[in-house]
Structures are given as structure tokens and as C-alpha cells.
Design a protein around this ligand. Structure first.
Ligand SMILES: NC(=O)c1ccc[n+]([C@@H]2O[C@H](COP(=O)([O-])OP(=O)(O)OC[C@H]3O[C@@H](n4cnc5c(N)ncnc54)[C@H](OP(=O)(O)O)[C@@H]3O)[C@@H](O)[C@H]2O)c1
Length: 469
């Protein structure tokens, strides 16, 4: 999907700070972005904000998530963009209903994902919604079509302009949430297993993060082939769910050596290994392949440790980067492939072929995205935290539905809660310290009192001696 041809309105949003157009050309003005607290963003986004005499294009506002700089969860802010995005030939305007959160979005927030332009920028590589306008030369989409969208970035907003070729019709019965969960995870899993992996009956596959978005998609796709054995690593609390979903051998990589666990069951090794981790895990994967086995490496999750960029984790990953001599490959009868959907953005035909097959499998009931949780745009920080703290089973979704006022009031941000807790704990600690000091003083006093008594006694004795003399 598009890289350089990212949606016009997205580029505008990126550029808006530098550009000032002459007042006599209001229609050519790019959408303007304003930082606003979540509530204010909503108020401004309502049609009421449009005054009667302002042209419709200018009065048009929509809420967008914007990565304002690299760092923690708070770097993604809800803002209001102003001005109706103009459509170029071949583009459609989509009213977004739901957006998918991907691991790459977490890395992008830390400045570790090179397919997202520098901030300020609206992230988001997949969404679902309804076509609200079509540009010239668009023949296969019409207003009212329900679509899912795959784009390099720019989809975490209420309105997105994208090339029509980046949209896919949502099949009957599929919810907007499912549609937003499908493109990245299923295309990635499908192309790795079938285009690179050539998965066949009776083969064995290792899937890391088997309870995550790609992991669940890959497991379901493995199950479409007869007698495939799936080894899946995941945090222990997720094992029951992934077993039910088709993982034959769940492995808790956090407490066990997954290589040893695999060898116990399959001493000769495995046919296909999907590696989203990078660093030393890529070496382990290569060594765990059977002759004629295939390693498909597609991520560097090991680089992510903590809310902000962790230089040690990044350096460790680079230091352990896997590289191999072709002679070793020949002698090992092994294959190593690399996959990155973000760099396939020009390959519309390949992507469309994969998507068509995936949607057929969906219609046959063989694959179905599993939604972990759905969050309002205002809650994007908590949504990212859920994934980053390894608590998701399946896909984390953002909805553009406005957040009910009561929920906003009820739910102080987790960050705030943590801060409050920290403050409470500090207060308690301080109180304990004060009490301890007071106790100490009391003890000292107690210790001092007998001394004073002794002193008095001695003084009395001295007096008596003097008098005797
Ligand atoms: N190359 C591509 O085109 C492409 C496309 C999509 C995704 N990917 C890669 O595929 C992987 C999975 O992506 P996803 O979007 O489906 O996310 P995901 O698997 O839902 O990601 C979250 C899960 O990953 C596991 N995990 C492993 N290492 C982690 C770490 N360092 N920090 C936090 N969680 C970690 C955790 O589960 P457990 O503890 O249960 O394992 C966590 O719950 C990522 O590495 C991503 O970059 C690559």
C-alpha cells in the first residue's frame, strides 16, 4: 500500500504548521490541526461549531490522533483537524468507525519504526468505515460502501482520504471491529505461511506471541491445512485460550527455555518458524529448523522494553543481529526469509490476491479475528499500555464512537491513578518515617531520663560529701 502516495490529507496535516496560504484562497487551505483536550476536541467536532456563513469545507472538523513526538503513551494526543480534505483522482473519503492497533504503532511511538514519517503525524495503518465521497476515476467504490482500509499510516482519525485501491469491501456479517482487526494481521500471517512458507499437511510451525494479533491469525491459517502441528509461545495466562484456538503445544517462554521444550517434543526440529522477536531469538530459530526448514523473520519485538526507547534493548538487538554465509545455508539445507508489509505498499496486486483468499476463508468460517478489547480515541494510551504490558489476547481496537461524558468523569486515567497511588504510598512512607523518628526521640528521651536521674544522684552525693567535710 501507498508509501509516498500516502493520503493527501495526511500529508497536509503533517505540513500544516509550516504552510500559510493567502487569505483569498480559502479552499486550497490544508486541514488545520489544533491541540485540544479530549472534551474540547469533541465539542469542536460537532456540526454546531460551523457558523452559518462559513463555507462547508472550512467548517468541516474531525478528531484525529496525532503522534506529537517520540516517547511514552502521552505522546499520542487527540486533536481536531479543520477543513474538508480534498479528493484527488482515484481516492475515496472514508468515515472511519474502528481502527486497529499494531505492535508497530508502539515501536513508532518510540521512534523505532521507519515507515512512519516524523511527528507530528497521524499513525494508524488499518481501519474500517463507510465511503462518504469518491474522487474522479473511482469505478469500483461508491458512497455508502462499507470498507476496510490498509495504508502506511494516517488512519487513526474520524475521516481518512486514501487511494480506492487500498480499500476492500467488508463481507456480509463482518463487524467494523473485525474489519479493522483483519488487514495487517491476516495478510502478514497469510503471506508468511503460504507465499514464503509453502505450508503443507503434516508440517510443524513455531509461532511466537501466539496469543497476539498476528499469532492468532497465523494459528487459524495453520488450521486450514491438514494435520499441522502448532508450537506457540505466550505468557502462561493465555495458554488455555490459544489451545482452544488451535495451538497444539503452548510454551511459556517467560519461565521455560522454549528451544528445549520444542526439542523434547520434536527432536529433529521444525519445518517453519515465524520470528517476530529478532536478536538472539533469530539465531535460536535458525538452529531449530529441520533440514529444508524455513525461517521467516518479520519483527524486532525484543527492542521494545518499557514505555520509552530503551537504548540497551536496542543495542542488544543489533549486537545479536542474525547474519549468515550462503555456504552455511547451502550446507544446512535451510531457508531464511524476511517479511515487512510496510515495504509492500506498492504491491497492490499481491496484497489484493492475499486479501481475496483471506476474505473467502472468513466467509467459509475458517478464520475470524479475535477482538481483545475496544477503546475510545481518548483512551489510546491505555489501549497501547494493554498491548505493551503483554495483556492482550487478540486485537486491540480503537473506536471513533465519542466517549460518553459519564465514562470520562468516572475513569481517571490509569496514569493518574498510578500517580495518585505513588503519592499515597509516599505519604504513607513519610508518615511511617515521621512516626519512627518520633518513636526514636521518645526512646532517646527515655534513655536520657535515667541518666539525668543518675546525674542528680551523683550531684546529691557530691553535695553531701562537701557538707561532711
Ligand atoms: N513485518 C511485518 O509486516 C509485520 C506485520 C505485523 C506484525 N509484525 C510483528 O509481529 C509481532 C506481533 O505483532 P502484533 O501487532 O500482532 O502484536 P501482538 O502480538 O498482539 O503484540 C503483543 C504481544 O506480544 C508479546 N510480546 C513479545 N515480546 C514483547 C515485548 N517486547 N513487549 C511487549 N509484548 C511482547 C506479548 O504477548 P506474550 O507475552 O503472550 O507473548 C504481547 O501481548 C510484532 O513483533 C510486530 O512487529 C510484523
Amino acid at each position: 500500500m501507498s508509501g509516498e502516495d500516502a493520503p493527501a490529507q495526511q500529508q497536509n496535516a503533517v505540513d500544516q504548521k509550516q504552510e500559510t496560504k493567502p487569505a483569498e484562497e480559502p479552499k486550497a487551505d490544508p486541514p488545520k490541526t489544533e491541540s485540544a483536550p479530549a472534551g474540547a476536541a469533541e465539542a469542536a467536532a460537532t456540526p454546531a461549531a460551523a457558523t452559518e456563513k462559513v463555507p462547508e469545507e472550512e467548517a468541516f472538523t474531525y478528531r484525529a490522533l496525532v503522534l506529537t513526538g517520540y516517547g511514552g503513551y502521552d505522546k499520542v494526543k487527540l486533536q481536531v483537524k479543520k477543513g474538508k480534505p480534498a479528493l484527488k483522482a482515484g481516492e475515496v473519503l472514508v468515515r472511519v468507525k474502528a481502527c486497529g492497533l499494531n505492535f508497530a504503532d508502539l515501536m513508532a511511538r518510540q521512534g523505532l519504526y521507519d515507515r512512519l514519517p516524523s511527528p507530528p503525524v497521524t499513525p494508524g495503518m488499518e481501519c474500517s468505515g463507510v465511503v462518504e465521497a469518491v474522487g474522479e476515476e473511482v469505478t469500483d467504490r461508491k458512497v455508502g460502501d462499507k470498507v476496510m482500509v490498509l495504508n502506511r499510516f494516517g488512519l487513526w482519525q474520524e475521516v481518512a482520504v486514501v487511494p480506492a485501491s487500498h480499500t476492500f469491501l467488508i463481507p456480509e456479517g463482518m463487524s467494523f471491529e473485525e474489519a479493522a482487526a483483519l488487514p495487517v494481521n491476516y495478510i502478514t500471517a497469510y503471506m508468511m505461511l503460504f507465499d514464503f512458507g509453502n505450508l503443507r499437511p503434516n508440517q510443524s510451525v513455531l509461532i511466537h506471541a501466539a496469543a497476539g494479533g498476528v499469532g492468532i491469525a497465523a494459528t487459524q491459517l495453520c488450521k486450514t491445512v491438514k494435520d499441522v502441528t502448532v508450537f506457540g509461545t505466550a505468557s502462561a495466562s493465555k495458554h488455555e485460550t490459544i489451545s482452544e484456538g488451535g495451538v497444539t503445544h503452548p510454551i511459556d517462554y517467560r519461565t521455560k527455555d522454549y528451544v528445549e521444550e520444542v526439542r523434547k517434543i520434536s527432536p529433529k526440529g521444525l519445518d517453519i518458524i515465524l520470528d517476530p522477536l529478532g536478536g538472539s531469538d533469530t539465531h535460536k530459530a535458525y538452529n531449530l529448523l529441520k533440514p529444508m526448514g524455513k525461517l521467516i523473520t518479520y519483527g524486532t519485538a525484543n527492542m521494545l522494553a518499557g514505555q520509552k526507547k530503551n537504548l540497551l534493548a536496542v543495542a542488544k538487538n543489533w549486537y545479536h543481529q542474525f547474519s549468515i554465509h550462503t555456504l552455511s545455508l547451502i550446507q544446512g539445507n535451510k531457508s531464511v526469509c524476511g517479511f515487512h508489509l510496510g515495504y509492500l505498499d506498492g504491491e497492490t496486486e499481491l496484497i489484493t490476491q492475499a486479501m481475496t483468499t483471506i476474505l473467502d476463508l472468513y466467509k467459509e468460517g475458517k478464520v475470524k479475528p479475535r477482538i481483545d478489547s475496544t477503546w475510545h480515541l481518548e483512551q489510546v494510551g491505555d489501549a497501547m499500555r494493554k498491548m505493551q504490558e503483554r495483556n492482550n489476547i487478540g486485537k486491540v481496537i480503537l473506536t471513533t464512537e465519542p466517549m460518553p461524558e459519564e465514562e470520562k468523569k468516572e475513569e481517571p486515567k490509569k496514569e493518574d491513578k498510578k500517580e495518585d497511588k505513588k503519592k499515597d504510598d509516599k505519604k504513607k512512607d513519610d508518615k511511617k518515617k515521621d512516626d519512627a523518628k518520633k518513636e526514636e526521640k521518645k526512646d532517646d528521651k527515655k534513655k536520657e531520663e535515667p541518666k539525668k536521674e543518675e546525674k542528680k544522684e551523683e550531684e546529691k552525693k557530691e553535695e553531701a560529701k562537701k557538707e561532711e567535710k
